[in-house]
Design a protein around this ligand. Structure first.
Ligand code: SF4
Length: 226
């Protein structure tokens, strides 16, 4: 990894990565869903997207099979994306409530969104080695956020990935437990917030509602004075 690279250089490095043979084979072999049969899937790693000058990093687990791994932009083109971006728009972080394609005009203000693992994993389950392989990219993205004051981890695996980032940096991470709405103030670093992932499994069952997610995002805005 080259130190001091620009965001554009990092993006190119991520998109060309082939470090995880299992994930390379899986992403390149994705069968398009019938409703997207006429589309050309992205089939490459998906870098983060948004405002690197913002105070908030939102961290998901990995691109979705027919969402980001199809469209080439994180949280774009599937049900989870629609739920999250509607909430971000309500809380003032997005200029529009929809996220459908890389050219849909979406702009984030004050936040940057990325995934702990940049390639879609089978069953949404990256291996420990794949998390470790991709951690250098998360570390590099974080190093490009000079104003970072908060990290919202969506789901327990994204939370664990960020806790691992803290541990790599030498932070004492004892007692950090994933629970929706929990927050941990890290000495000298960004506040870590935990939130349920906006997957249909959570939103269709009412485990995560729109008011819950908008409320959490607005609380973060207040805390961080965004
Ligand atoms: S998951 Fe990360 S490290 Fe592995 S191939 Fe994709 S971009 Fe590279």
């Amino acid at each position: 990894m080259k130190p001091g690279r620009s965001a554009a250089e990092l993006g190119r490095e991520i998109v060309s990565c082939r470090a995880c043979p299992r994930l390379v084979a899986y992403r390149e072999g994705v069968e398009p869903r019938a409703s997207y049969a006429s589309q050309v899937y992205w089939r490459k790693p998906v870098p983060g997207f948004g405002d690197l000058g913002g105070k908030l990093l939102i961290l998901g687990l990995a691109p979705a099979l027919h969402g980001a791994e199809r469209t080439g932009r994180i949280f774009t083109g599937d049900a989870s994306s629609r739920f999250l971006v509607t909430a971000l728009h309500s809380a003032g972080f997005a200029n529009q409530p929809m996220s459908e394609s890389r050219d849909d005009g979406l702009v984030y203000r004050g936040c940057y969104i990325t995934a702990a693992v940049k390639c879609v994993p089978p069953g949404d389950k990256p291996t420990r080695e794949e998390f470790d392989n991709c951690s250098r990219f998360l570390d590099a993205e974080i190093s490009l956020m000079p104003s970072l004051e908060g990290v919202l981890a969506l789901g327990s695996l994204a939370f664990k990935a960020y806790v691992s980032h803290l541990a790599r940096a030498g932070t004492d991470v004892r007692g950090m437990v994933f629970e929706h709405g929990a927050s941990y103030r890290v000495d000298g670093g960004p506040v870590l917030y935990a939130g349920y992932h906006p997957s249909p499994r959570n939103t269709n069952t009412g485990k995560l509602t729109m008011p819950m997610l908008v409320g959490l995002l607005k609380k973060i805005r207040r805390d961080l004075r965004i």
